[in-house]
Design a protein around this ligand. Structure first.
Ligand SMILES: Cc1cc2nc3c(=O)[nH]c(=O)nc-3n(C[C@H](O)[C@H](O)[C@H](O)COP(=O)(O)OP(=O)(O)OC[C@H]3O[C@@H](n4cnc5c(N)ncnc54)[C@H](O)[C@@H]3O)c2cc1C
Ligand SMILES: Cc1cc2nc3c(=O)[nH]c(=O)nc-3n(C[C@H](O)[C@H](O)[C@H](O)COP(=O)(O)O)c2cc1C
Length: 605
């Protein structure tokens, strides 16, 4: 039987319905996703073909035969995909037919043919669209996009308030569509990292609005279920419903005398509790350092056991600061709330100057805030000001096929000196210094469909992953080893010193000996007077790198987003320019095309 929720005007005769049901029955989630994407691509081609030639000029707006609602999502780590699926289900329950499309495969000019477009998009990098949304974003901001006077749209934006450009991509798309004369159905919602409640409310609102509007226009809407009931049954552990993992091994990978501490952490879960693929990250819920939380309270005029209320629960302030609040960093929204409750001229100046604010927010923790801008806050106000503690993500450094039930992470301790005080990152010090063997911690998987090994196991790959950027490549190599992937593998790695900082050296040597690792190039920046980084190493292998790319290799970059990833991209542009004799613009276009083909992939943070 076909799912009753989609039994609306089925355009198939009964015998075809049966065949369809037979085909779908028992399909795995992954197979369903594939089929979903395949059918969407077919549908989109059919719709694009039906688009009259002059429709792009904006002079004519063709009538679409049937009222269709398009949900368009732009995602990097999958949150927007999951929400678009939820929206699709909720519309289905309200009897409204819709289709979801990934911006990555959606042809942007199709927008001229849409009447109802619901956009769910995140922001990445430093306020940039996720890779999958780049094409759509550029198209609607370009010169060739027509006016969209007959388009009705709504935007759900995902982001993280701790970033300076909060939800920028969603905001840009929303205002651009307005400029293009499209009609906003409901206001945009800008969701923080803990998006579930706000996104659900937006979904409720849009479903109700569309249902009312379409019914008013007498367009077929037949509810088959009570659509006010959300039915999100988590299929695997999620941020909100994590599972427990037990710490099985904890080793500092850096040798004695290193300026860094990088931890190899092995965890074990119940069999089948987590599903992940190479390229995915593990989300962990950290706990703050109780000593730091204590210093915090020492600055305030109340004691540790002072009771406060957090989300309806009474608890001591020390418990709140240790388990529920971000205290190792200050974000703009925290500063704004701090200023609202205790107005301060200096904070006002900062909040009014984006550049000054940006510089200020790099480094201080909440203790600095109390020190720099003393205030008479009471304990409950502290609770209201601080941002809820967020999970941290770490690339999974092992393959599930090789280590069933195990998860390996490579965690670099964030440690720096500020005003004579050693500061440590909440998540990295929790994992590296405060958890002990046999402790249990809360974890979930953050899927990353944009950082996968090539489908063809015979394809060659070039991996660039200095420092902890190595982590996913260890998983890639294990996967290729266990599955017998025949593609050639080339790794560019770097850190400070060879003798102390070559992480997992024996793993890489073994793979090299076995022939699984075709080449490895190392850049240890502090082993000689000139600083040498992976981008320099790449350029010294220019000819061979270009040959690999021309022969179809995929490039993977993982690690630091602020300097390493842009420098590596510049190095590739130079390589293309030199080896292919292209102009700088053409070389950049070449890289762009590689990105479009998903052969230049980044997982940077
Ligand atoms: C998809 C993904 C995968 C990741 N994979 C890995 C991985 O495999 N391994 C890994 O180690 N990390 C990884 N990270 C990074 C990780 O999630 C954390 O961001 C990192 O561990 C720091 O978190 P923290 O809680 O320790 O620090 P926080 O408590 O979040 O940070 C404390 C504050 O320190 C500031 N700060 C840091 N360094 C300095 C400095 N030198 N000077 C001034 N201020 C500074 C920060 O800006 C921040 O405000 C990944 C991130 C993502 C998004
Ligand atoms: C490396 C990285 C950079 C990010 N940059 C921003 C940013 O500049 N602005 C913002 O609002 N959110 C930013 N975010 C937060 C994401 O938008 C947020 O996690 C969102 O839920 C991701 O949705 P997705 O899984 O659909 O991509 C960033 C997240 C990561 C991992």
């Amino acid at each position: 039987m076909i799912d009753p929720r989609v039994q609306l005007n089925i355009p198939f005769p009964p015998e075809k319905q049966e065949k369809l049901a037979e085909l779908i029955e028992g399909m795995e989630r992954e197979q369903l996703f594939w089929l979903h994407g395949y059918l969407q691509a077919l549908l989109q081609t059919a719709l694009t073909k039906s688009l009259p030639e002059n429709s792009l000029s904006g002079e004519s707006t063709p009538e679409i035969p049937q009222q269709t609602i398009t949900i368009l999502f732009g995602t990097h780590t999958g949150n927007c995909r999951k929400l678009s699926q939820l929206l699709l289900e909720r519309l289905g329950e309200a009897g409204i037919i819709a289709g979801t499309f990934d911006m990555d495969t959606y042809r942007p000019r199709q927008i001229a043919n849409e009447r109802y477009l619901l956009i769910i998009v995140s922001t990445h990098g430093e306020g940039t669209p996720p890779l999958a949304a780049e094409g759509f974003y550029e198209y609607i901001h370009g010169k060739r996009v027509p006016l969209l006077e007959t388009l009705n749209y709504a935007v759900l934006a995902l982001g993280d308030r701790s970033y300076f450009h909060f939800c920028k991509t969603g905001a840009d798309i929303d205002s651009r569509l307005e400029d293009l004369k499209a009609k906003r159905i409901i206001p945009r919602a800008d969701c923080d990292i803990d998006f579930t409640d706000q996104a659900s409310a937006w979904i409720d609102e849009i479903v109700l609005k569309l249902k009312t509007d379409l019914q008013a226009k007498a367009i077929s809407v037949k509810p088959t279920q009570d659509f006010t009931k959300s039915k999100t049954v988590p299929r695997q552990a999620t941020r909100q419903h994590p599972v427990e993992a037990e710490i099985a091994e904890l080793i500092n990978l850096n040798g004695r005398g290193s300026s860094k501490s990088t931890y190899h952490i092995e965890m074990v879960t119940e069999p089948g509790a987590l599903h992940f693929k190479p390229g995915d990250a593990l989300g962990i819920w950290p706990k703050n350092d109780p000593a730091l939380a204590g210093r915090f309270i020492d600055k305030l005029p109340f004691d540790r056991e002072q009771v406060v209320n957090c989300k309806g629960e009474d608890l001591s302030i020390i418990n709140f600061l240790t388990h529920h609040a971000e205290i190792t960093s200050v974000s703009r929204d925290t500063l704004e709330r701090y200023h609202t409750l205790g107005p301060n001229k200096k904070i006002k100046v900062l909040l009014e100057d984006p550049e000054k604010l940006r510089n200020f927010l790099r480094g201080p923790d909440f203790l600095d805030l109390l020190h720099l801008f003393p205030s008479n806050l009471n304990a409950q106000q502290i609770v209201d000001i601080l941002r809820p503690l967020q999970p941290r993500l770490y690339s999974i450094a092992s393959s599930l096929r090789m280590f069933t039930n195990d998860i390996h992470l490579t965690v670099g301790l964030v440690r720096y000196n500020g005003d004579g005080r050693i500061r440590k990152g909440a998540g990295s010090s929790f994992l590296g210094e405060r958890v002990k063997k046999d402790d249990k911690i809360s974890v979930f998987v953050e899927e990353n469909e944009n950082f996968r090994l090539p489908v063809d196991a015979a394809s060659n790959i070039i991996m660039i992953g200095p420092g902890t950027g190595m982590a996913p490549f260890r998983a890639f190599m294990q996967e290729r080893e266990i599955t017998g992937g025949k593609g050639k593998n080339w790794f560019f790695y770097g850190d400070r010193n060879f003798s102390t900082d070559f992480l997992y050296q024996t793993d890489w040597q073994t793979w090299r000996k076995k022939g699984l690792l075709t080449h490895i190039d190392l850049a240890f920046s502090r082993d000689q007077s000139d600083k040498i980084y992976v981008q320099n190493k790449l350029k010294t292998k220019s000819k061979q790198v270009f040959k690999w790319i021309e022969e179809g290799a995929s490039v993977y970059v993982c690690g630091d987003s602020s300097k390493m990833a842009p420098d590596v991209q510049k190095a590739f542009t130079e390589i293309i320019r030199k080896e292919a004799g292209k102009s700088p613009d053409d070389a950049r276009a070449y890289i762009k095309e590689l990105r479009r083909q998903k052969r230049y992939l980044e997982d940077v943070y």
